[in-house]
Design a protein around this ligand. Structure first.
Ligand SMILES: C[S@@+](CC[C@H](N)C(=O)[O-])C[C@H]1O[C@@H](n2cnc3c(N)ncnc32)[C@H](O)[C@@H]1O
Length: 227
């Protein structure tokens, strides 16, 4: 996704691309829980997740360190320029803190998780979506391209290692899943060659087949962790 452009969930990719991302159904159920009202999207960029939460019927606050991205995210709710390493909120300010593909940029993961836990109410939820280097493809990709959209990649997570990191930070992992063996590759190409978008249904089928055989080599994962 190009963070320099406005974005709304459902408008940038064909719906079939979303079918291989299992976390949408899980996050939707959490976001719509009656006890989940105060939501922070940490590292919101241009507000893709915020737009989705709006479609689920919830407002959210976006936070990022890049002003240009926040200007775009503002279309989907209130935003704040600040770092996830020092959250400018009182203790227990949120019911849900959502972090998608941000922790691998942030540098001090322990400090960030400490801040997240401080700002969640007891029993509040951290929803974490991450990229993991269990996949040899993503490992090599990151050696070749140590930046994504100009942002340094600082943490080579593994699925098991990240689970341990969450436990060490005091979170209880309630649900975790690895997904997408090749998705991150065919996610990128259609943006360069729009004709490939037509092949998406084929890739979806291939992705499902590969997952059955090689889930442990997946490049993505998500965790639902309780404070
Ligand atoms: C790969 S993007 C993900 C954006 C968004 N969460 C999504 O999934 O579409 C990572 C975002 O994290 C932000 N970021 C990096 N370091 C940060 C920090 N210390 N505090 C807050 N945001 C940060 C970057 O500016 C960038 O917008």
């Amino acid at each position: 996704m190009d963070y320099r452009k406005p974005v709304t969930f459902g408008e940038n990719w064909s719906p079939s691309r979303y079918q291989v991302l299992p976390y949408f159904a899980v996050e939707r159920a959490i976001v719509q829980r009656p006890d989940v009202q105060r939501i922070l999207d940490l590292g919101c960029a241009n507000g893709w997740n915020m737009s989705r939460f709006g479609q689920y019927g919830r407002a959210s606050v976006g936070l990022d360190v890049v002003m240009e991205r926040l200007q775009l995210a503002r279309a989907h709710g209130p935003v704040l320029a600040a770092s996830g390493l020092a959250l400018p909120f009182a203790d227990q300010s949120f019911d849900l803190i959502y972090i998608q593909h941000v922790l691998h940029h942030i540098g001090d993961v322990t400090q960030s998780l400490h801040e997240v836990r401080r700002c969640l109410r007891p029993g509040g939820v951290l929803f974490l979506v991450e990229t993991v280097e269990d996949s040899p493809l993503i490992r090599w990709g990151r050696r070749l391209y140590p930046k994504w959209m100009g942002d340094e990649i600082n943490a080579p997570f593994t699925f098991a290692g990240l689970r341990q990191t969450l436990a060490d930070a005091g979170f209880q992992v309630q649900e975790a899943q690895q997904y997408s063996v090749l998705f991150w590759v065919w996610e990128i190409f259609p943006d360069q060659a729009p004709l490939m978008e037509k092949l998406t249904p084929l890739f979806v089928k291939l992705e499902r087949l590969l997952l059955r055989m090689w889930r442990k080599y997946s490049a993505h994962c998500f965790y639902v962790a309780v404070s």
